[in-house]
Design a protein around this ligand. Sequence first.
Ligand SMILES: Cc1ncc(COP(=O)(O)O)c(C=O)c1O
Length: 312
Amino acid sequence: MRAQAAEVCRYPIADSRALLTALAEKEGVPRDQILIGAGSGEVLEAYGAYLGGEGGDVVTAWPSYRQLTGAMERRGSSVIEVPLNDRLELDLDAMSAAITATTKCVYVCNPNNPTGTIVDPEKLREFAIEVSKQVPVFIDEAYLECADDFVANTMVGLVAEGHNLTVSRTFSKIYAMAGQRIGYAVVPADLVAPVRSFITGGTSMLAMVGAQASLADLGYVESMRRKLKAGRDGLIAVLDELGCRYVEPQGNFVFFQSSVSIADFRPAMQAAGVKVGRAFPPYDDWCRISIGTPDEMTVAQTALREVLAKFV
Ligand SMILES: Cc1ncc(COP(=O)(O)O)c(C=O)c1O
């Protein structure tokens, strides 16, 4: 990225071609089935904008990530939110049962944000194949590279097989390039042009150069995955010690039950130097905490012990 900085006076046409080629190779689809955006969020927005007009509904879990479903809602679709099961995992059977005659899309976030849980891959595969015969399925894999087993859990192969399924990824999470704004989706061939027409800005030259360099650095993802897991494991050890319930985390955050209202817990943690996630009703005494650097995690662990001690 530093080497390319002197070139930012030019439009990044060659860089986007090179990145598309690298992504197509990684994902096993033709280049023209990849949509790159300024963060995967831009692609989620574009997909939602395309599908959202003229009413209808979108099925999602709750709580889950709202960007695609929110974009549809702003354009007049309603959002059908299906509660998580009692293990705080996506309830795929209930989501499938929630589909109506006017459903335009089913959105699956896996691992789910804010819970960090992952669904059984065989069950998800079956769900994706069956549901995508009725309506387009969108699987947001923003955090999947953080999970213990990416290969067994990614559904991107189903896009290549021709199912009506889109899979999105980002360079913001495991690749640590959130500030550069770059992500992409692997999209069924017939959806590429209509969804692309809603992409307004697109990403930048340096983001694309950085993304390409990251893809080529094969050891990096594995080493980040190990570091993230160490961060999650350290946090879980403290939660075990403090007797807090949590759900199996597979993203770059942990969702746990502090048993203190998040309205009180959040400012107390902030006073101790740690910004935690907002409220995710109905889990009002749960908290999402992201994994940071080892030093930051030490601060977070100390803060957790101190803050929870105050609320006993
Ligand atoms: C599940 C999920 N998908 C997509 C995004 C969008 O991220 P970005 O636009 O940085 O790729 C986020 C951001 O937090 C997210 O949590």
